[in-house]
Ligand binder design. Structure first.
Ligand SMILES: [Zn+2]
Length: 574
């Protein structure tokens, strides 16, 4: 090309650009260029650039196509070829339990041995001279199976001084208390076991030994002082900062209590809630054969709703957990425990009552998340959803069966016909100590047939996923769950083997579950969950392209930047 022709070409290019600037293309607040943006939209799965205005995407495409949206005040961010994708929506988490644990409680790892727990408790007692209570956890499900402890309460008493102590297990369903805590709760030799719980007892004397299963925990929790509103607000801030740093821009609190919702409202009003939080409003835990208090649920829905706090959700617990505690309601008996007890678990709410609740909640526009850890509670919950469909027609509300790791063959396809969601959580579809506890309790071969996720997807069942943090996991990170969806292996490499590897799914499917399906669980699929013109710019930039690295590197992915509604709300330190 001669110099003359080059100059003409440059002049033409400049005039075209000037012309472009004068056209009607809206000027963006932010333009992202030079990225590998995975959209989770099947017609255009990848784009390299995006323009954002007033918190939503106004254009997607390649870098050239974004030029016309760049004005003098537009912030242009070069993604340097990094992968970006929609923010994560965690459909099942207990964020306030997790944050309060980090901020205020006495924490030790799931793997802690008795002497480590005693040492930790001694430190916590010394560090909290004015507290009447020391709470925290979490001990491994098989802890008392693997460690022969003559008197669990005395072990805590040995270092607790005058403080009451209560430690939760890794499922969050069972607890361990010292003598002071039992005394404050009035739990004595004469206290009968609650309907759906068990007070562990010394086999010789019948005295409570400090172990409390399921409903027995409720007896004790009733006397633990509630955190202050200021502590809840601090916990809410902690939730947002943990979530945003992991790329989470939407979460469903799977058991939302009023002080938590109140704290979220305060943050939202202050402009600090840089994520969506759906609140599955808590209902009483344990045995219940009377109707829920619908008026109270309605009042909470109205009182605590705010732009980023979504309150059209309710949580109901149907059973416990299929670990050594053997409290999930199963269709066939568990293996016998050390004392020869087996049983088939406990169902908290009888079929007729659950059906009546579902009909009423569905009619009132609540999406219900039903905790169903065993295959018997799954069946009862599906029956209840069927009753709601029969009574109300298909309301379009996608009620969720939480955990749903064990599902009888005859119930698998009912999810599709009933428009029910399998909320698979926690992220333990891989070998781990808690899985060992479950398999031992449930017995083989049924025990290993846990988390039929491939089958759900092949059937056409909608799957949502959640961390269940702090149950079974120490953080709400989605990345290990995504990796294990594909590998069915322990992402940390600590426990060997693969759990029912035939149920593996693809990386694309795993990402969709954590983004768009999560948004559907929050009833926000029109607003977020994928990168699409008109949707909120809730986007994360990663340190690696998940599709280019070996699958076992996915679990270690780090979020570099998190955008919520077009604003940067987290930036990794270099
Ligand atoms: Zn949960």
């Amino acid at each position: 090309m001669s110099m003359g022709r080059l100059l003409t070409f440059v002049a033409l290019a400049v005039s075209l650009a000037a012309c472009g600037a004068k056209n009607d293309a809206p000027i963006a607040d932010t333009v992202l260029t030079n990225g590998r943006i995975y959209t989770v939209e099947s017609d255009t799965p990848w784009v390299s650039a995006a323009a954002i205005k007033d918190s939503v995407y106004i254009a997607l495409g390649d870098d050239d196509a974004m030029q016309k949206h760049i004005g003098k005040n537009t912030q242009v961010i070069d993604l340097n070829g990094r992968m970006a994708m929609p923010g994560i929506n965690d459909a099942h988490s207990h964020p306030f339990s997790g944050a309060i644990k980090e901020l205020y409680e006495c924490s030790f790892p799931f793997s802690a041995a008795p002497d480590e727990i005693v040492a930790k408790l001694r430190d916590c007692v010394a560090a909290n001279p004015t507290s009447a209570w020391i709470t925290g956890g979490q001990w491994d499900s098989d802890f008392f199976k693997n460690h022969d402890i003559a008197s669990p309460r005395s072990l805590l008493d040995s270092v607790s001084g005058d403080k009451a102590v209560f430690f939760a297990d890794d499922s969050g369903h069972n607890g361990w208390a010292n003598s002071k805590a039992l005394a404050l709760a009035g739990i004595t030799k004469k206290t009968p076991d609650p309907a759906n719980g068990k007070i562990g007892r010394d086999l010789k004397t019948g005295e409570p030994n400090g172990i409390l299963l399921e409903d027995a925990v409720t007896l004790l929790e009733a006397v633990i002082p509630e955190r202050t509103p200021a502590e809840y607000v601090q916990a809410a801030r902690q939730v947002v900062s943990i979530a945003n740093a992991l790329g989470i821009t939407g979460m469903k609190d799977a058991n939302a209590k009023p002080p938590a919702m109140a704290a979220l409202n305060i943050l939202d009003k202050a402009g600090e809630l840089s994520m969506y939080m759906a609140a599955a409003i808590s209902t009483p835990y344990g045995h219940r054969d009377v109707a829920l208090d619908y008026a109270t649920l309605e009042a909470a829905r109205t009182q605590y709703a705010s732009p980023h706090v979504l309150t059209d959700f309710v949580k109901i617990f149907m059973d416990g957990v299929p670990t050594a505690s053997r409290t999930a309601a199963m269709l066939a008996p568990y293996t016998p425990d050390a004392h020869g007890h087996a049983g088939d678990g406990v169902l908290h709410v009888p079929q007729e009552q659950l059906s009546a609740d579902l009909i009423e909640l569905d009619r009132r526009g609540f999406t219900v998340k039903i905790h169903t850890a065993g295959d018997r509670s799954v069946r009862v919950a599906l029956n209840a959803i069927a009753a709601a469909r029969e009574a109300n027609g298909n309301s379009g509300l996608r009620h969720e069966l939480a955990h749903a790791g064990y599902v009888d063959d005859v119930d698998m396809k009912r999810f599709v016909t009933l428009n029910a969601v399998a909320d698979v959580s926690p992220v333990i579809w891989h070998p781990s100590p808690i899985i060992t506890s479950v398999i031992n309790a449930v017995g083989q071969p049924r025990g290993e047939h846990y988390w039929p996720i491939r089958q759900f997807l092949d059937d056409g069942t909608e799957v949502a996923a959640g961390s269940d943090w702090p149950s079974a996991v120490t953080s709400p990170t989605p990345w290990t769950g995504i990796e294990a969806f594909v590998t069915r292996r322990d992402p940390d490499g600590k426990t060997p083997g693969a759990l029912w590897p035939e149920q593996a799914i693809t990386l694309e499917e795993a990402i969709r579950i954590y983004t768009l399906n999560g948004a559907r669980a929050l009833k926000l699929e029109h607003k977020t969950g994928s990168v699409k013109v008109g949707k909120s710019a809730d986007l994360i930039v990663l340190d690696r392209n998940l599709f280019d690295v070996p699958i076992d590197a996915v679990g270690d992915a780090k979020v570099l930047t998190t955008f919520f509604a077009g604003n940067i709300v987290y930036q990794a330190k270099p």
